[in-house]
Design a protein around this ligand. Sequence first.
Ligand code: DGL
Length: 266
Amino acid sequence: MEIIDAQAQMKKRQPIGVFDSGVGGISVLKELIRIMPNENYIYFGDSKHAPYGTKTLEEVRRLSFHNTRILLEEGAKGVVVACNTATSAAVRIMRSMYPALPIVGIEPALKPAALQKEHPKVLVMATPMTVGQEKFGQLMKRYEKKADIYPLPCPGLMEFIEAGDLDSGRLHAFLRELLEPYLEKGLDSVVLGCTHYPFARKVIQEIVGGRITIFDGGGGTAREMKRRLGAANLLSPSTETGWVKFENSLATREELALCRQLLDSK
Ligand code: DGL
């Protein structure tokens, strides 16, 4: 009996695994740390194979299963799929592969944006794969009577963040060209449906104007993971600040330095 209890206590102190196609999921990691500061985290960024959003469904599934295996081998007690693209492609299958494991994915925060006011106009920025998937089609169907929804695939945007470019003239020009056609529609909100995009939030807000509300799914995903770990009795009892271990399939010094920089960014 005592041995079983000691094992259960040890399990609670195991890290939470988080993965993304690259550094974008650090926007979700920040939210996780904000609401669960005493947990430990392993963040795996698959920058070597980024972007996922323009790959085939099979490739994204294969890479997502691989990333999950890496995190489990390192002792993750639960996995956050901090990538909208990987979530839409693989999370359902992952849940059937690991039925006892708390697995939480992320999807575009369309609900709060669509319910923000009476029939708002909502722009959803995401990868080509996310907006093309059935999961997003179903999400849109749920809210299409409550809001005018404009899905906007943004190939090329995540690459700026992967390169550590959060504020250059080139990024401004790229986003301006992308967003310009929607500015005259009288948008009420923009949903950042890719975990890389919150790192470009400042530039996006500048272009769309301060009146428009920007939503992302990081906070909701972090709260859901806390709830799931609580339900499984897996929350850490530690009262000390936890640690974060970064791993990246590129494994270069620059990449790991960028991870730290993004974690510390405002
Ligand atoms: N960060 C990922 C997402 O949330 C995708 C970026 C990519 O690899 O294309 O969708």
